[in-house]
Design a protein around this ligand. Structure first.
Ligand code: NAI
Length: 286
């Protein structure tokens, strides 16, 4: 039987989530995605109208199929968490079953089990503010959307993951080194995500026999990254200073994700794997 993957955080064809979906599809996996509720309408329309067709092409010439798109807001675990203003917001009102627990239940009902869980989402409302200027609310929102969302996803999906399964998230070097401009508590959120990767590898490994890793990715001009504001500088910095002076493609991260999700990586868990042309290893800009 082929493997089945659920990828949370795909809303267009520009980000790491899409590239990971493609690499997993190319390796024969069935693809389910979770799309942020406010972005769902445009994503589904664009898919239907063929706007992504050129980026759906797999190495064998076929087009990636997405078996099902689920609405998801990973900031809420179940309906009890959802405040009135979100419930009545017109971008949410037309959708249902989009909290983490409900999405896991729907996937279980629709497909029974999964083998691969991918968390490719982050959000920090104050990301453009220095940490010193970040509000408590903004900081906690960054941690909720970017770190706890992973714990929640794993907690609710692990029971439907087949033994030997693999779970992955995406992190960024700002967790361990100072990256001015990656503010709002996003650096803290990535530090938490990496630490949680180790603890969850232990807990989910013992309890469910699944692996938990995170990819520390280099800079990509995704929608989320453009919102931070300094992505072109980061890409140029990497080109100038990384050991490998080449463009980092989203597919490089997709392929590493497919490796980590595969039996080739059967003994890798609790790891931060750098897919960044080696930039993390530099100590001095050149
Ligand atoms: P992206 O914009 O393709 O992906 C972020 C996704 O998160 C979007 O689809 C957005 O709709 C979704 N999202 C935001 N809040 C959500 C919520 N509450 N519930 C559900 N979905 C939500 O951008 P990108 O850059 O590919 O981001 C994917 C991951 O890669 C993130 O964890 C990011 O921090 C990480 N990363 C990105 C780097 C970059 O340079 N682009 C570098 C290193 C890591």
């Amino acid at each position: 039987r082929g493997k089945r993957a659920f990828i949370a955080g795909v809303a267009d064809d520009q980000g790491y989530g899409w590239a990971i979906a493609k690499s997993l599809a190319a390796a024969g996996a069935e693809i389910l995605v979770g799309t942020w509720v406010p972005a769902l309408g445009i994503f589904e329309t664009s898919l239907r109208r063929g706007k992504f067709d050129s980026s759906r092409v797999l190495p064998d010439g076929s087009l990636m199929e997405i078996a099902k798109v689920y609405p998801l807001d990973a900031v809420f675990d179940n309906m009890d968490d959802v405040p009135e203003d979100i419930k009545t917001n017109k971008r949410y009102a037309g959708q249902n079953k989009w909290t983490v627990q409900e999405v896991a239940e729907s996937v279980k009902q629709d497909f029974g089990s999964i083998d691969i869980l991918v968390h490719s989402l982050a959000n920090g409302p104050e990301v453009t503010k220095p940490l010193l200027e970040t509000s408590r609310r903004g900081y906690l929102a960054a941690l909720s959307a970017s770190s706890y969302s992973y714990i929640s996803l794993l907690k609710h999906f692990a029971p439907l993951m087949n033994a030997g399964g693999s779970s992955l998230s995406l992190t960024y070097i700002a967790s361990e080194k100072i990256i001015p401009g990656y503010g709002g508590g996003m650096s803290s959120a990535k530090a938490a995500l990496e630490s949680d990767t180790r603890v969850l590898a232990f807990e989910a490994g013992r309890k469910y026999n699944i692996r938990v890793n995170t990819i520390s990715a280099g800079p990509l001009r995704s929608r989320a990254a453009k919102a931070i504001g300094f992505i072109d500088d980061m890409i140029n910095y990497s080109l100038a200073n990384a050991p490998l002076q080449k463009d980092l493609e989203a597919d490089d991260v997709g392929n590493a994700a497919a490796f980590l999700a595969s039996p080739l990586a059967a003994s890798i868990t609790g790891s931060v794997v750098y897919v960044d042309n080696g930039l993390h290893a530099m100590g001095l800009a050149t």
